[in-house]
Design a protein around this ligand. Structure first.
Ligand SMILES: [Zn+2]
Length: 111
């Protein structure tokens, strides 16, 4: 369905389906063959399975509108600022963790 032209015929390979994370829903988009406008619609679980059974391959949902993929996030997370953690730091932390007063201050948020 195009919001401007109403019912239009779109082939499965012209439909982009993005599944939403943490949900069985998705968003599908296509270019209307009549008015050449991009159409994007929310697809509930029923429509998603309908589209897939019609031959639409679901994308990973992370594609940008221009078709490029964003850089994969580093699984190690952002690199923390400051110097690397050394053995000396570890030993110092070890003693700090044995210090009840330090822990108390740390847990109370005043350290
Ligand atoms: Zn249209």
């Amino acid at each position: 369905m195009c919001p401007r032209c109403g019912q239009v015929d779109v082939r499965a390979e012209q439909v982009l389906l993005h599944l939403l994370e943490d949900s069985l829903d998705g968003v599908y988009s296509f270019v209307c063959p009549a008015c050449r406008e991009g159409v994007e619609k929310r697809a509930d679980q029923r429509i998603v399975s309908l589209l897939i059974s019609a031959g639409v391959a679901p994308g990973d949902g992370r594609r940008h509108p221009d078709g490029t993929r964003p850089a994969e996030p580093d699984p190690r997370g952002p690199i923390p600022e400051g110097p690397p953690f050394t053995w000396d730091d570890l030993i110092e932390l070890h003693f700090l963790l044995e210090d009840d007063r330090f822990l108390e201050e740390l847990l109370s948020g005043s350290a």
